[in-house]
Design a binder for this molecule. Structure first.
Ligand code: IPE
Ligand code: IPE
Ligand code: MG
Length: 239
C-alpha cells in the first residue's frame, strides 16, 4: 500500500470482469465480440493500475461454472486467451509485468497449458506489477484442493491434523504467496461474488459499477481507486 497525492492506493486490485455478452448484444453482435473488446480493456486497466502504483492486478477471466456455457463460447474464450497471451507477452515482459495464471489447470488443453507455463517462466523475475489471471477458477474449488493437499500431507504424520491453522489453509490455496485483494471491483451491475475468492475476500473492499466490462477504461478504474481511498478499513476493531 503506498500513498500518492494523499490517496491510499490498494496494493492488490481484483476485478470480476462481467458484461461482455450484454455489451455485444446491445450492438447486435455475437458474444465473442464482447469478449474480444474486453481484452482491450485488460490492456488499458493494466497500464493504469501499474501507473497508479498498484502492485497486483488480478482478473476473474473464466470460472469453473463457465465450463457450462456452449461449446462454441468456451472454445472462443480459450482461443482468445491463447491469442492474447501470444500477442501480448513481448510487451508485458518489456513493461516489467509478472504474468501468472491460477486455477484448475487440469481442465485446460495441453497447448494452452504449455503456453501459460512459458509466459509465466519468461516473466517470473519482473517486478513492476503482477498480473494474475484466474482461469478455470472457483473459490470452492480452491478451498477443496487445499483441503485435499493438507489431508494428503497429514495422512502419514500423527499430530499434523491438530496443527492445522488459518495459515495452513492460506498457504495451500492457489493464491499462496500473493496478498489478499484490498479492493474487488465487479462490473455490469451484478452484486454477487459468483464463487470467486471466497477465503481471500474475507476483508476486501467491494466496488460495484453498472458499467459493462468492455466500457470500463482508465477513467472508470481511477474512479474505483478514488472511491477506495475514502474507505475506512476497521478489520473488526473500533476506530
Ligand atoms: C464476462 O462476461 C466474461 C466471462 C464470464 C467469461 P459475460 O460473458 O458473463 O457477459 P454477460 O454477463 O453475459 O453480459
Ligand atoms: C463471473 O461472471 C465469472 C467471470 C467474470 C469470469 P459470470 O457472468 O459467469 O457470473 P454469473 O453467472 O452472472 O454469476
Ligand atoms: Mg456475466
Amino acid at each position: 500500500m503506498e500513498t500518492t497525492d494523499n490517496h491510499i492506493v490498494p496494493s492488490h486490485v481484483s476485478i470480476i470482469m462481467d458484461g461482455n455478452g450484454r455489451w455485444a448484444k446491445m450492438r447486435n453482435q455475437e458474444r465473442w465480440v464482447g469478449h474480444a473488446e474486453g481484452v482491450n480493456r485488460v490492456r488499458d486497466v493494466l497500464k493504469t493500475a501499474a501507473g497508479a502504483g498498484v502492485k497486483y492486478l488480478s482478473l476473474y477471466a473464466f470460472s469453473e461454472e463457465n465450463w457450462k456455457r456452449s461449446e462454441a463460447e468456451v472454445e472462443a474464450l480459450m482461443s482468445l486467451m491463447m491469442k492474447s497471451m501470444l500477442g501480448e507477452i513481448d510487451n508485458l515482459d518489456k513493461e516489467g509485468v509478472r504474468f501468472v495464471v491460477l486455477g484448475n489447470r487440469a481442465r485446460l488443453n495441453d497447448s494452452l497449458n504449455r503456453t501459460i507455463d512459458a509466459c509465466m517462466a519468461r516473466t517470473a523475475g519482473n517486478t513492476v506489477i503482477t498480473l494474475i489471471i484466474f482461469l478455470s477458477y472457483s473459490g470452492k474449488w480452491d478451498i477443496l484442493q487445499a483441503v485435499q493437499r493438507i489431508a494428503a500431507e497429514a495422512a502419514d504424520h500423527s499430530g499434523v491434523a491438530e496443527s492445522i491453522d488459518m495459515d495452513t489453509i492460506s498457504s495451500h490455496l492457489v493464491t499462496s504467496g500473493y496478498p489478499d485483494p484490498d479492493l474487488i471491483i465487479r462490473t455490469s451491475g451484478e452484486t454477487r461474488i459468483s464463487n470467486y475468492l471466497l477465503w481471500q475476500a474475507a476483508y476486501s473492499e467491494f466496488y460495484f459499477t453498472d458499467t459493462l466490462w468492455p466500457d470500463f477504461g482508465e477513467k472508470e478504474f481511477l474512479e474505483a481507486l478514488d472511491n477506495f481511498s475514502k474507505r475506512d478499513r476497521r478489520y473488526g476493531k473500533t476506530k
